[in-house]
Write a protein that binds this ligand. Structure first.
Ligand code: 3PG
Length: 208
């Protein structure tokens, strides 16, 4: 699967921070039950990598990836754990090298036109606009469409179920990312029904 395939699997990529490894598989199953198959499990928590490993092994219908990649050495570890794609908030030369060396399909983060140029020169045409809302949101994406008509974006950061349809309506947006599908309280409480309901609502999102 390449990054564009991942982005086109569904309208929303959930950004997930797992605090309790014992919850990883149930959480992934709850999202898949709601029609959300692509899961970005971030390295923001101590059990991120082990959660990816558990989900890759036990939830075959999930397409699990690694999020919050910020160090080159994380690429090989995530791949070994079973991540099928990676997402990063930004991009540096050492991360470009790690992506190319490991072959982990990467959706790198950008926030400025210079970031887009650097990412594209490194071979990336699918980019995460991060933080999307703070970077200018809809207006920024429309403006980036002028000089970069060949780039597809996954805006993430400040995207919600309410504004997602406006982002999805843009021709240079393939999907959006967001953490709203996995509210911390629901995950801590093991309220999988709530998470499945949020996933159902997200997977039904269409451009406004
Ligand atoms: C991310 O890291 O991609 C963001 O934290 C997700 O942003 P959100 O919490 O505003 O959805």
């Amino acid at each position: 699967m390449n990054v564009l395939d991942v982005m086109r699997t569904g309208p929303v990529i959930p950004v997930i921070a797992i605090e309790d490894l014992a919850h990883a598989v149930s959480l992934a199953k709850a999202l898949v039950a709601g029609g959300v198959r692509v899961l970005e499990v971030t390295l923001r928590t101590a059990v991120g990598l082990d959660s990816i490993r558990a989900i890759a092994r036990e939830v075959p219908d999930a397409i699990v990836g690694v999020g919050t990649l910020t160090r080159p050495e994380e690429f090989a570890k995530a791949l070994e754990a079973g991540a099928r794609f990676g997402v990063s908030p930004g991009l540096t030369p050492s991360m470009i090298e790690a992506a190319h060396q490991t072959g982990l399909p990467l959706l790198p983060g950008v926030m400025t036109p210079s970031d887009v140029i650097a990412a594209r020169l490194a071979g990336f045409q699918q980019l995460k606009l991060f933080p999307a809302q703070q970077a200018g949101g809809i207006g920024m994406l429309k403006a980036l469409g002028g000089p970069f008509p060949d780039v597809m974006f996954c805006p993430t950061g400040g995207v919600s179920v309410d504004n997602a349809p406006d982002f999805l309506a843009l021709p240079n947006v393939a999907c959006v990312g967001g953490s709203w599908l996995v509210p911390k309280a629901a995950a801590v409480a093991g309220d999988w029904g709530k998470i499945t309901a949020l996933a159902k609502e997200a997977s039904a999102l269409k451009p406004r």
